[in-house]
Design a protein around this ligand. Structure first.
Ligand SMILES: Nc1ncnc2c1ncn2[C@@H]1O[C@H](COP(=O)(O)OP(=O)(O)OP(=O)(O)O)[C@@H](O)[C@H]1O
Ligand SMILES: CC(C)(CO)[C@@H](O)C(=O)[O-]
Ligand code: BAL
Length: 333
């Protein structure tokens, strides 16, 4: 298959549509994470459908002093990767093509969710991101658009925009692709020196520490629930022997003050340690949030939450997150 390179809206619109169109939007500097999105798009579109990858470094979503100028631009390599992953077309417009009248006056506002976490650190970022995503949806007119879980807040805001202003597109999320040692793939990883990369591993390690604490807590809760009342629990504990009973009682007791705070603390400890590495990790935020609105979850939260982290190593700012399900087995008795 030969992937076609398109650079104007006219070329895109002149393209005859085949079956379902699946679109993957990117800022280029493509890596295996993007390839995974493109392969998923290929599966969704099927052999009779088509996969369009957009490559556009959107100036509107970069703040003053951010890395717009040094953001890697590698179109030739991107075309090859997109082709190998199964794309039919790559749409790589210029800024003048996307914003023919200069910076747009009318924009999409991300609302309160867009001001939290990433939005607090990068004011205006999500308005700029949603504005270009809306434009690219109009330009590419997909049936399905795929986005990575790695940018969890972006994904949540795109879902919200599609719902709030009735875009007729299905949004599909793709899990985060990681290096073998856990580092989430990101175009910005190529800014890292070997020493900085070692420090950057603390982001995923912190998330894994939080996930492990969470898994242990959920297992203990499940055990506690097996015995429905205090009286029944005591009887069940003596039935399984004194030492097991003591360990069990201790385990059940220690799970009680746990929950989100303990998960945050486990992740936070890894990040605190990384602040003393050379080069150090400078934490921006660590948060355990409800993906519906990106507010911190409370102690009695149930359902899927997102443990999210952002930090700087040297001049590179990285983000990562893990979804964690709370109380999946019901509330503790
Ligand atoms: N490791 C990954 N796993 C899955 N999806 C990813 C991964 N990295 C990026 N994506 C997704 O690819 C799409 C394009 O992202 P983008 O081009 O910004 O890449 P990026 O690697 O996230 O770059 P950056 O370094 O700017 O964050 C987004 O939907 C993003 O969530
Ligand atoms: C969705 C996106 C392509 C909009 O510029 C960008 O934010 C990205 O690559 O994640
Ligand atoms: N991957 C999200 C796009 C950005 O950082 O601007």
């Amino acid at each position: 298959m030969t992937t076609v390179l398109l650079s104007t809206a006219g070329e895109l619109h002149a393209r005859v549509r085949h079956g379902r169109r699946a679109v993957v939007m990117t800022m280029g500097a493509l890596h295996e994470g993007h390839a995974t999105l493109i392969r998923s798009a290929r599966q969704i579109a099927g052999p009779d459908g088509e996969v369009v990858v957009t490559v556009f470094v959107n100036p509107l979503q970069f703040g003053a002093g951010e890395d717009l100028d040094r953001y890697p631009r590698t179109l030739e390599a991107d075309l090859k990767l997109a082709e190998q992953a199964g794309a039919d077309a790559v749409f790589a417009p210029s800024a003048a093509e996307v914003y023919p009248g200069g910076e747009p006056q009318v924009r999409i506002s991300a609302g309160p969710m867009g001001e939290r976490l990433e939005g607090a650190s990068r004011p205006g970022h999500f308005d700029g991101m949603l504005t270009v995503v809306a434009k690219l949806l109009h330009l590419t007119r997909p049936d399905v658009a795929l986005f990575g879980q790695k940018d969890a807040q972006q994904l949540a805001l795109i879902r919200r925009m599609v719902r709030d202003v009735n875009f007729s597109v299905e949004i599909v999320a793709v899990p985060t692709v990681r290096e073998e040692d856990g580092l989430a793939l990101s175009s910005r990883n190529r800014y890292l020196s070997p020493d900085e990369r070692r420090t950057a591993l603390a982001l995923s390690r912190a998330l894994f520490a939080g996930r492990d604490r969470h898994a242990a807590q959920e297992a203990l809760r499940a055990r506690a629930r097996e015995v429905p009342s205090t009286q029944a629990r005591a009887e069940a504990l003596s039935a399984i022997g004194e030492s097991r009973a003591a360990a069990d009682a201790h385990a059940v007791a220690t799970v009680a003050p746990g929950g989100p705070a303990t998960v945050r603390a486990a992740a936070g400890q890894v990040l605190d340690e990384a602040a003393h590495l050379d080069p150090p990790l400078q934490l921006d935020y660590l948060a355990l949030v409800d993906p519906a609105d990106f507010t911190e979850i409370g102690a009695d939260f149930t359902g899927e939450a997102v443990l999210a982290v952002a930090a700087r190593v040297g001049t590179t700012r990285l983000i990562d997150n893990l979804p964690l399900t709370f109380g999946s087995l019901g509330a503790a008795s």
